[in-house]
Write a new protein. Structure first.
Length: 344
């Protein structure tokens, strides 16, 4: 292929990518529930497979899994919704408390010879705005779950289809044995990643909730859910989750509690992210920090808060698919966080 043809090929590919992104944004009201459904179905697939191995009928397995989803998501939605309403009503009081705490802190710093005024700090830091951003993001995810009936219906159909999909593929594909081997390997990798990441994220959320409850920080469940969701975002997710909780601890309880809150986030993420998760995840599935940031920006702009939540798992799935094809392995290497290819 000549250089001119290569240039045209890349230009056409880029134009197609832009058209696809524009189409996804225009159809976001349909695509977002579909993405959530696929995400939930992949997480639930191992549980359903376990039930079917125990000779439980397919229809009963799906009913049990769907009931578990409804109970879990419904309970979480009620708790988070109540916390969000109370948190929004308390924001004016938190803003006043922040002014008092910052004045005391600035007075202490000025005692050491520093010349800082509260007006200067106020121009750069607005805790109510930062905390409200997290609350709005959670509320956006909650609004996506208001289509819970639609999401559950799609999950049911996906789970039914997943039972027959291997048989259909084996009949449809000409080179069935090799193609099915690649497909099964890819599906197992995706299932393993999402299930382990979800369990690890639940552990992170529970530990953060318990720690904030011990310290007496308001709305520990809200910040625990934030830690759970943002644990899907590597590198920067734990920092984003910690900022509003630390600010609230500072506003509500003072500098010492804010420091203890930050220490708790650091300890939990170090233990979970560097000890527990690598032990069960096996090989690294990290993304470069630049790819993480660009994924958050792109999918957050296209799909809103749900897009930011699912951007990294979806990018990981794309990476696994690229690794499965020898022709596209170079793309998987480019977006990886590791440069040591021998580890693969």
């Amino acid at each position: 292929m000549s250089e001119q043809h290569k240039g045209v090929h890349w230009l056409v590919g880029f134009a197609a990518f832009i058209i696809i992104i524009a189409g996804l944004k225009a159809a976001s009201q349909i695509v977002v529930p579909l993405m959530l459904s696929i995400f939930i179905a992949i997480i639930c697939a191992p549980a359903m497979s376990t039930l079917r191995r125990r000779k439980v009928p397919t229809w009963l397995s799906i009913i049990l899994v769907v009931l578990l989803i409804l109970i879990g998501v419904g309970s979480l939605a009620v708790l988070v919704g109540a916390s969000l309403d109370s948190f929004s009503s308390q924001l004016p009081n938190y803003k006043l408390r922040f002014a008092e705490e910052m004045s005391n802190l600035i007075a202490t710093l000025n005692g050491f010879g520093l010349q800082i005024s509260y007006d200067q700090v106020k121009g750069y830091v607005d805790p109510s705005a930062l905390m409200q951003m997290v609350a709005n993001a959670l509320r956006g995810i909650g609004s996506a779950l208001t289509n819970l009936i639609l999401v559950v219906m799609i999950v049911i159909f996906i789970l039914f289809e997943a039972v027959e999909l291997p048989k259909k593929l084996s009949l449809a594909l000409t080179d069935a044995s090799q193609s099915m081997g690649h497909f099964n390997s890819f599906i197992k990798s995706v299932n393993r990643y999402l299930v382990i990441k979800t369990l690890v994220s639940i552990l992170t959320g529970v530990l953060i909730t318990v720690w904030l409850w011990i310290l007496g920080v308001d709305f520990p469940i809200l910040w625990g859910v934030s830690a759970f969701l943002l644990n899907f975002v590597p590198n920067i997710g734990s920092i984003i989750a910690a900022v509003p909780a630390v600010l609230l601890a500072f506003v509500q309880l003072g500098s010492l509690s804010a420091g203890l809150t930050a220490a708790g986030f650091v300890f939990v993420n170090l233990v979970v992210g560097n000890v527990i998760e690598p032990r069960y995840m096996g090989r690294g599935l990290g993304l470069s920090t630049l790819v993480v940031f660009l994924s958050l920006l792109l999918w957050g702009w296209v799909f809103g808060p749900v897009g930011m939540l699912l951007s990294i798992p979806l990018t990981i799935i794309v990476k696994l698919a690229l690794e499965a094809n020898p022709k596209t392995q170079w793309l998987a290497i480019m977006i990886d966080s590791e440069t040591d290819v021998s580890k693969r």
